[in-house]
Write a protein that binds this ligand. Structure first.
Ligand SMILES: *Cc1c(COP(=O)(O)O)cnc(C)c1O
Length: 354
């Protein structure tokens, strides 16, 4: 059957009915790519896979949640949606609102949003409001606003977001024919780790012999690591803008996923993130945004400290949450500039080093 989006594919696992008008851009169905070069490079004997969520229609996993949130908003008669965003939620919300023919309002932190993400929200015709505060402040405003006015909040406090996002676990289990032993992922507002854990548990409840459960390994950026530190961070700072969040909405459910799965939530520095960011682009041909490199940095850190036992049989999945093209600015400043060469064949040959 022609793939027509994750709601149709996973209808029986999702809170939709015949009357729900499905708003879809054919999200989901993203590839699971084996990272053999990375495994070799870091001396890991098991299998590493990337779930490349950057290949969703707007370039991040947010589309999985947004197809559900916007479909349910339209079903309920809503004519407008609103969100606070570090970038990708606004890109996704504005695209799905455009498709549904409803209004979209997004609040973004001033100057801290990657260029690709901002261009998406603007192109899709959202009302983009840049506030002089960070994500956490923006979220407080939209939360309050959505209780006072007829406008649907589509941040991950919206339970339909979590329902849509949990489908990524189903896809991973389908690809591997079981759950992986470990899942590494970035943690920002912590909706996604909540969603993945829900998805894994649902499938495992259906057939525990077949699927099993992974340990959930979440990674925050060192300058924005409230769950690791145990208290909100008032001025979160990191190069990984998608996880530059000081007071996550789904804090408790993230801790629950960590504890129930016997995993960890830890932090990695910006330096470690940027190293992993360049490494996977260079060695695997996979270009993800900085936040998505946080779990890879985490994996490298945990391999180095000898965390894994019985490594040979392990399957580890890293969630690459967003596409590298979202944030070309960070890519350009963290690599070498092109060499300048005269338009002459001999000069080009010399430059190549033949
Ligand atoms: C939103 C986002 C995250 C963080 O996900 P949470 O559900 O907020 O924890 C990580 N990476 C990217 C690319 C994102 O867009």
């Amino acid at each position: 059957m022609n793939y027509i989006g994750l709601i149709e594919k996973y209808r029986k696992y999702l809170p939709v009915n015949e009357k729900t008008p499905i708003v879809s851009l054919c999200e989901g169905n993203t590839p699971l790519i084996q990272a053999k070069n990375l495994a070799k490079e870091i001396g890991f004997k098991g299998q590493i896979y990337f779930k490349f969520e950057g290949l969703n229609p707007t370039g991040s996993f947010k589309d999985r949640g947004m197809t559900m949130a916007v479909s349910k908003a339209v079903e309920s008669g809503s004519k407008a949606i609103i969100c606070a965003s570090t970038g990708n939620t606004s890109a996704s919300a504005s695209a799905y609102a455009a498709s549904a023919g409803i209004k979209c309002v997004v609040l973004i932190p001033e100057g801290k949003i990657a260029l690709g993400k901002l261009s998406q929200a603007l192109m899709h015709g959202a009302e983009v409001l840049e506030i002089d505060g960070n994500f956490d402040k923006a979220l407080n405003i939209v939360k309050e606003l959505s209780t006072k006015y007829l406008i649907t909040l589509v941040n991950s406090v919206n339970p339909f977001r979590i329902e849509g996002q949990k489908t990524a676990s189903y896809e991973i289990c389908e690809s591997l024919d079981k759950a992986p032993e470990y899942q590494f992922m970035p943690v920002g507002n912590a909706g996604n780790i909540t969603a993945y854990w829900k998805g894994y548990k649902e499938l495992n409840n259906e057939n525990p012999k077949k699927y099993g459960l992974p340990k959930m390994m979440g990674f925050q950026a060192a300058g924005a690591a409230p769950i690791v530190e145990g208290c909100p961070v008032l001025q979160p700072e990191t190069v990984a803008t998608a996880i530059r969040i000081g007071n996550p909405t789904s804090w408790k459910t993230a801790e629950f996923a960590r504890d129930e799965s016997k995993g960890v939530i830890d932090k990695v520095t910006d330096e470690e993130i940027l190293f992993a960011y360049r490494l996977v682009a260079k060695r695997e041909g996979v270009f993800c945004e900085p936040a998505s490199a946080a779990p890879i940095a985490g994996l490298i850190k945990y391999v180095k400290k000898g965390y894994f036992k019985d490594v040979q049989n392990l399957q580890v999945v890293c969630i690459l949450t967003g596409h590298g093209l979202k944030d070309p600015g960070n890519a350009i400043v963290n690599t070498q500039k092109p060499k300048k060469v005269k338009s002459d064949i001999n000069e080009v040959v010399k430059a190549i080093g033949f």
